[in-house]
Design a protein around this ligand. Sequence first.
Ligand code: F0G
Length: 459
Amino acid sequence: MILPYAEPYKIKMVEPMYPSRRIDREQWIKEARFNLFNLKSHQVFIDLLTDSGTGAMSQEQWGAMMTGDESYAGSHSFEMLKDTITSMTGFPYILPTHQGRAAENVLFSVMVRAGDVVPGNSHFDTTKGHIEFRKATAFDCTIDAAGDTANHHPFKGNLDMGKLENVFQVYGRERIPMIIVTITCNTNGGQPVSMENLKEVRSFADRYGIPVIFDAARFAENAYFIKNREKAYKRHSIRQIVKEMFSLADGMTMSSKKDGIVNMGGFIALNDETLYRQATTFNIMFEGYITYGGMSGRDMAALARGLEEGTTFEYLESRIKQVHYLGGLLRDRGIPVQEPFGGHAIFVEAGKFLPLVPREEFVAQTLALELYLESGVRAVEIGTLLADRDPETRENRYPRLEMVRLAIPRRVYTRNHMDYVAAALSNVFERRQAITRGYRILYEAPLMRHFTIELEKMP
Ligand code: F0G
């Protein structure tokens, strides 16, 4: 018998969870104005809102916390972190920030101007937010296969080189400050970008003399997929693949809360000294001095260790197999999910799941709310609410796919929890014909509305 995969860690400390009754959840979600972000954590049983900052640290990481150096300048913990990042990525210049969007804020303060166009593969919402806040435009060049959940393309995060070329033809090199490649591509399902595609983007960028920046929050998961799905890399170690990936970029922004397996943190890493020097001014203004940038010494120490652990094959295999286990259960029950399964989450296609709910009534949010009411499982909408309004026309932007994301925190939940989630979603699936109406907006913020939106149920 082939031995099944098993987690390469065991549990030393536990945290209570909060089962609840449907009648209570109905009350709580009404009080939360049907916004899942407004729920208190004790009103949630299994929390799949995000895999960001929700992972479990190892005993070595907790040990490192005790030896963190809290010196304002020249902290030893910073040196450790810097050495780890440089040896892993090859980038010599490192600026810590308090999280990923802060890294975007600092770097884009240098690089993005009003009227610019920033092409990439389905930019994450904070990335797009920081671009649009500067009156620039994020241009999505993801391959078309990403828009079809049943298409089994192994690298649905890839950029379409034709679309990229077209952006350069239409807007011209002068208006394009960089190309951003998000690895893995969160917005369309945690989908990886192939090494082949990263190489194509690199040589394209070289032709125009333009920097390539990776949004690298889930770079280790991307490396795992390259190892598993790209023949030439089958025998490479994760660390070799990581090094080669980053050799194809000029720099990166990082949310350390994902593949760094820490609860808070981020950084910028760069090749170019001039760009680094320009960014340091903004880092000092917005984040903190250049050797801490919004992180305490102990957090930098835990991150250095987390990056090491997060790039081991054994860890990544159990992490991604857990996500795929959940995906397999849902698929086997006929639930429409983005395939192949991505790295950090399973994306359920709400438009197909609830075909009777009109798009204008936020079908993905409707499904996420039904799942919560059914079971106390909290997921997140990746649909029209997240896509926000067009900054010029103020019309709703309807994305290609209306999705509900079940993001799996790292090293936190067990297989029984996955079984529970699958059963809960199956129950909603069984009664899908009875779900015909969604929600309407009572309040929304002008930018990134989904976090604070308030809704009411359609009669
Ligand atoms: N880039 C990507 C690809 C992300 O997924 C995120 C965050 C960020 C940048 C911003 O990083 O949160 O540290 O400021 N994603 C979280 C999520 C919030 O739930 O997917 P941050």
